[in-house]
Design a binder for this molecule. Structure first.
Ligand code: AMP
Length: 295
C-alpha cells in the first residue's frame, strides 16, 4: 500500500495509473476507521482497478463547539485496517495541501443541504463540499463511494457532482451495522454500556415506523375513499404515493415518543425525504444519526 502525504506525490502516482488507463475508485474519510468504512473500500475495489482512500479531518465541516480537536485520530491503526482490505493508496494530506490559503468553507452546498442536518449544524455541508470538491480535483477519480449512513451528505455530493458536471460516478454504500442493527460510527466507542443498549433501539424503532407507514400506504392504496384528500383527482396511484406523507404526522409524533421512552434525550429530527426515514437523536453528549428505506 502506497502512503502519500502531499498532493505532488499523490498526483504523480495517479498520473501513472491514468497513463495505464486504470480506473480509479476513491473513498474520502476522516479516519477512525471501522467496518462501515472498509465496506466502502470493498465497493471501490470491485468497481475500479485502483482504490484510493483519503484520511483528512476536515476543519471546515466542524462548528467551533464541535469535536474537531477531540476527533479520534489513530494513523497506525487506520493504515493497518486499510492494508487488510488491500487499498492501493492512502492520501494523508496536510491542511495546506487542501487549503493553501487557509481553511475556508468557500463552496456552498446546494438545495439537498436544506433542513435535516443543516437545522442542527448550519454550514456543515458547505464545509463538506469545500473539502470534497478539492479532494476530487486532486485525486481525479472515476468513481467515488459515499456511505448511506450520511444519507443527506450523499445527496449533497451527488448534487455537487452534477452541478459541476464532474466526470465522477457517485456510488452509494449500504449502512454497515452491528449485530443489533446499530449503524457503525467512530463515535459509538464513546457510548457507555447503558447508552449502547439505548442506541441499539434507534434502528429498531425506525424500521418499525417504516413498516407501519408502508402498511398504511398499502391499505390506502386498496381503500382510497377512506383517505380524505384534496388529491382524489390523481387516481389511486397518486393517492397511494401521497398516503405516507399525509398520514406521517401522527406516526412520526408517535415514534418520537417511542424514542424518548427508549431513553434518548432528544429527537433532533425525524423526517421522510428521498424515500427514507431519517433521524438524528441525542444520547448524553453524543448525537446519533440513522436512516431506513420507506419503499
Ligand atoms: P467519515 O470518516 O465519518 O467522514 O465517513 C467516511 C465515509 O464513510 C462516509 O461516506 C460515510 O457515510 C461512510 N460511513 C460511515 N459510517 C458508515 C457505516 N456505518 N456504513 C456505511 N458507510 C459509513
Amino acid at each position: 500500500m502506497i502512503v502519500v502525504r502531499n498532493k505532488i506525490d499523490l498526483q504523480k502516482k495517479i498520473s501513472e495509473w491514468k497513463a495505464m488507463d486504470l480506473k480509479v475508485g476513491f473513498v474520502p474519510t476522516m479516519g477512525a476507521l471501522h467496518e462501515g468504512h472498509l465496506s466502502l473500500m470493498k465497493i471501490a475495489k470491485s468497481n475500479a482497478d485502483r482504490c484510493v482512500v483519503s484520511i483528512f479531518v476536515n476543519p471546515t465541516q466542524f462548528a467551533p463547539h464541535e469535536d474537531f480537536d477531540k476527533y479520534p485520530r489513530d494513523e497506525k491503526r487506520d493504515l493497518d485496517l486499510l492494508r487488510s482490505v488491500n487499498v492501493d493508496l492512502v492520501y494523508l494530506p496536510s491542511v495546506a495541501d487542501i487549503y493553501p490559503n487557509g481553511p475556508a468553507a468557500d463552496l456552498k452546498a446546494g438545495p439537498a443541504a436544506q433542513g435535516l442536518e443543516t437545522l442542527i449544524r448550519p454550514g456543515h455541508f458547505d464545509g463538506v463540499v469545500s473539502v470534497v470538491a478539492r479532494l476530487f480535483a486532486q485525486v481525479g477519480p472515476d468513481i467515488a463511494i459515499f456511505g448511506e449512513k450520511d444519507f443527506q451528505q450523499l445527496q449533497v455530493i451527488r448534487e455537487m457532482a452534477q452541478d459541476k458536471k464532474l466526470p465522477i460516478e457517485i456510488i452509494p454504500g449500504p449502512i454497515a451495522r452491528d449485530e443489533f442493527g446499530l449503524a457503525l460510527s467512530s463515535r459509538n466507542a464513546y457510548l457507555s454500556p447503558e447508552e449502547l443498549k439505548i442506541a441499539r433501539r434507534l434502528n429498531v424503532i425506525l424500521s418499525d415506523l417504516s413498516a407501519e407507514a408502508l402498511a398504511k400506504a398499502e391499505a390506502a392504496k386498496n381503500c382510497p375513499p377512506t383517505l380524505p384528500s384534496p388529491h382524489w383527482g390523481e387516481g389511486y396511484e397518486g393517492l397511494a404515493q401521497r398516503a405516507y406523507p399525509e398520514l406521517g404526522g401522527d406516526i412520526i409524533e408517535d415514534a418520537k415518543e417511542k424514542l424518548l421512552a427508549a431513553g434518548f434525550d432528544e429527537v433532533q429530527y425525524l423526517e421522510t425525504r428521498w424515500n427514507r426515514l431519517l433521524a438524528a437523536v441525542k444520547l448524553g453528549k453524543l448525537r446519533l444519526i440513522d436512516n431506513v428505506a420507506v419503499q
